[in-house]
Design a binder for this molecule. Sequence first.
Ligand code: G3P
Ligand code: MG
Length: 243
Amino acid sequence: MGFLAIAHRGASGRAPENTHASFAAALALGAEAIELDCQLSADGELVVIHDETLDRTTDGRGPVGDRTWEELARLDAGAWFDASYAGERIPRLDDVLARVRDRALLNVEIKSARDVGAIEAKLAALVAHADATEWVVFSSFHWDALRTLRATAPWARLGVLCDDDPRRGGLALALELRGEAIIPGRRWIDAGVVAEAHARGLDVWVWTVNEPGEMRRLLALGVDGLFSDWPERLADLARLFEA
Ligand code: G3P
Ligand code: MG
């Protein structure tokens, strides 16, 4: 697979993160992949939102997981970003799958520690039912969730999120789980990490990079994907490195 420009929470620099607006913007900008954050509502719906509380990105208050889907669906998830986005809603994952199908790779991050043990089977069932197994890649900082997903879904495409040097466990876990990528933060990336991952057949995707100088550094190291709130910057630079 070629280099992936991954729209972080959609094109979240220009539209409210994790909404249909930010995903539509990412597709319009030509991002090859979209990342989103997934959590469970109180009644077990798979919903798309980053924080464990509603306060920052909606007009609601308190934990996401304490609210039913009916309650979440009424909240405004756009006005906090800009008045022109008032009326954007917290999406359900099944809706996003329907809109992204055949247009981009989708990286579904299991976000909340509270959901570990409960969300994996639901995610696997939804993605299988949607016939999306080939273009959804699951990831999480909660490595137990990835272990459970692998046990539940032998077909699942997995990336191992690392909040530490990947040589301290992330690389080994990706191999153990037959993952396809390690996904470290940018501060952990140097030529040695990239070489070790590639030698093991693993791709290296890096979060979250918005500054063009840092994009250039990472592209020159040969990383396979970058997450950015501004995926259009990546597309322009990646073309230079391919030329
Ligand atoms: O998956 C990459 C990145 O999204 C991880 O951090 O906090 O933005 O979900 P966060
Ligand atoms: Mg994320």
